[in-house]
Design a protein around this ligand. Sequence first.
Ligand code: ADP
Length: 253
Amino acid sequence: MAVVVLEDIHKTYHVGSEVHVHALRGVSLTLQPGEFVAVMGPSGSGKSTLMNLLGCLDRPSRGRYLLDGEEVARLSRDRLAAVRNRKLGFVFQSFNLLSRTSALENIELPLMYSGEGLSLREIERRAREALDLVGLADRARHHPSQLSGGQQQRVAIARSLVSEPTLLLADEPTGNLDTRTGLEIMEIFQRLNDRGITLVMVTHEPEIGQFAKRRLLMRDGKVIRDEAVESRLMAAKEKEKLPAPEEEEEVMR
Ligand code: ADP
């Protein structure tokens, strides 16, 4: 079954009584399990609006959205929040970690509020597993300020994974990172994708888009191109081509 089916989705924002912004003008899209999609396009083309809809953070003005076979447009707010918690993971450009809380606790949080009634022990076990998956098992007790930007983003990825989402949504995940660190994040995404996670990522960097399997190009609220990524890059390989890294600085504040 498709993870996502969008049928003729429109989104209009009403600004005052006169101005209507047509942020999406008829987007139809099907995502199968295991896809890795890069959403690209100029500023204002509707990428964030599309991500907000996919993420059940907003509703379409018109059209149908099936997530994992369930029509989400008609769900109540509470049900929508539940679907969001259970099925979706989010990774943002700005990491959005709680600063006075350890890496491990940041990852545990979604499970604390999931309503699944997991024991604290199970929550910690799952959080440690997610941390391990992003290669940060030895940083569990570090606070965000004691971690580099790339490490913080890896914690954020672990947090997005801990509830075992059907779909991972990433909004400019490498926007605040240098080239090498960006590649490390792409390496993790590609590894997760190999394990079967479906990924949608907004990026304005063409090179980052080359790590995906499929590329959507948006313009004026429409998908104007939808194509397989030719000569796809593998992040691990690209990393090898970079000059040797300088000694990693341990950030301790
Ligand atoms: P992108 O992410 O590609 O830069 P957006 O989805 O943010 O594009 O925006 C698409 C269009 O919708 C833009 O014209 C933007 O100004 C408008 N828009 C986005 N969010 C809102 C909002 N909350 N209220 C009014 N207009 C909005």
